[in-house]
Design a protein around this ligand. Sequence first.
Ligand code: FAD
Ligand code: NAP
Length: 577
Amino acid sequence: MTATAVPTDESRTERFDAVIVGAGFAGMYMLHCLRKLGLSARVFEAGSDVGGTWYWNRYPGARCDIESLQYSYSFSEELDQDWEWTEKYAPQPEILAYARHVADRFDLRRDICFDTRVTALAFDEAAKRWDVGTDRGGRCSAQFCIMAVGCLSAANHPHFEGFEDYRGEVLHTGEWPHEPVDFTGKRVAVIGTGSSAIQSIPVMAPEAAALTVFQRTPNYAVPAWNAPLDPNLVREVKADYPGFRAKARSRPTGFYFPYNTRPALASTPEERRRQYEECWERGGLPFLGAFGDLLFDKEANDTAADFAREKIRERVDDPGTAELLCPDNVFGCKRLCVDTGYYETYNLDHVTLVDISTRPIERFTAGGVVAQGVEYPADTVVFATGFAAMTGSFDRIRITGRDGLTLAEKWRAGPQNYLGLAVAGFPNLFTITGPGSPSVLANMLPTIEQHVDWIADCVAHMRDIGARTIEAQEGDEEAWVAHVADVASISLRSTCSSWYVGANIPGRPRVFMPYIGGFPVYVQKCNEVLAAGFAGFVLDAPASAPPRVRFTERWQEALDPDVLSPADIAAGRIPIV
Ligand code: FAD
Ligand code: NAP
């Protein structure tokens, strides 16, 4: 089915209450809420359908790493009841089908303009509106501009010498073709060993004639133990889905799993092993919940890292390859990977691991990739090289605020914003899961919904009091940016060169971008700001009435006291997976 619903009229400037950039889960839900408020909205989407991440990342083995029963919208009890997930971790086609179902169910497509990339956004100070330009030459104007562009949506294409000479097929996991890719009999090279590579390598390898993996940094992976969903569990969850969602919201990660707050070093080595084995058997990201201090105390973390390395050595037959696959950095410092048969893939005779940690890939040739002085022939090269995370999709749009200031200039030394939601100097522009908010450090579906609900309440309040603009104040923005950096410095996560700090893209400033202080703590702050009449913002109308809580009513959970003590919260020691 072709998804294009809105014909673009390039000859005139259309006017909307709001323009939304992106039709992933964030843009779709934003449109739904604005419609409820009776606002006119237009969504622009570069892809040909809804789904965002799940539209673009069609590589073999792609699936969520947060359990499907939780990695899904929670705004509609009927949707929760009707939709049937088939596996513990849904595969990409099923998540995309879910996004498409939501689009149909809530009749979203008629306001979405597909195959259209927003290229420019400029604030017209006289009109107090945003002018929007697209790659189709179209223009429109809107009072509000809502960026739903995604945290992991700008693919990273590192440049390699001789790349232009390469004659084989080139794929990127984040821009995968829509037609099935057949690797049968092909020599495949994979660059990268992050989550996308770890999911796709075990699926590509059995088909390929030869598979060569170029590894710059090894990653830790915990088994997914993916399986068909147990109907009894589904029944249990659906019997009280709202209660289950509320429990998830009260967790620092925005999803629910058994959590042990005890420090690792307070346990005996035998107790620790038992706990690690138990968590390993449960699998996935919750492994990081084995002990409360794993991301704060290096010595505690070393015990988890040693355990994970032991597991790698057990799973990989060749000791040399096993050592190359063993990370020597902080466990869970980069996003923990969740695997199905990843390490065992290296036991196949036709799979080769090439260590490029000390000497990068030298160049491409017409027929392959050269590293360590050896040419590895390749019919297909898969770039599993990730994304310009958090700000990459903003960088690709010229966004001009007050006084001609561009967002790129403002963010040159790292993203500056208030609550990860709004930027001083850029009135009426909101960012869903922007840097400075929990976003990628939590289950992203609730982080998206909470932002959308907050924005919807904000816009509704502006209507109530007759305000035309809202803008973050610089002082509050600076204080928020400083707070985001402070809490990051408490976590070991800030110590390694991950995409969280922009280290995967040469030339980016090193700044820990997501907010690591915990989802419910953050939500509480957003609620306080709202209740205080949007404290930290300037509105261009007097507050004739206090804000009404319409959409954000469901975001009132405090941090689950079973997970954290008030002292930990005060100290900012909030464990995040
Ligand atoms: P996206 O889904 O990224 O959608 C943004 C959309 O904006 C895209 O469709 C893009 O084309 C469009 N866009 C961007 N710029 C423009 C422009 N200038 N003009 C027009 N359109 C534009 N998170 C989890 O919590 N759990 C998981 O298990 C999980 N798994 C993931 C697996 C992969 C492979 C990846 C890459 C990410 C994963 N994530 C996961 C993070 C995931 O990105 C979010 O969960 C969520 O899907 C983000 O939704 P979004 O709408 O905010 O952004
Ligand atoms: P990634 O984690 O950033 O991994 C990219 C890989 O490419 C890394 O191994 C990186 O090495 C390597 N690389 C980058 N540039 C390179 C270069 N010039 N030369 C050699 N190697 C290079 O990207 P990703 O795997 O796409 O995952 C990104 C995020 O998306 C994940 O962390 C996760 O949040 C999400 N995701 C989730 C799932 C899931 O399980 N649901 C699946 C995929 C993605 P270095 O480490 O040395 O930089």
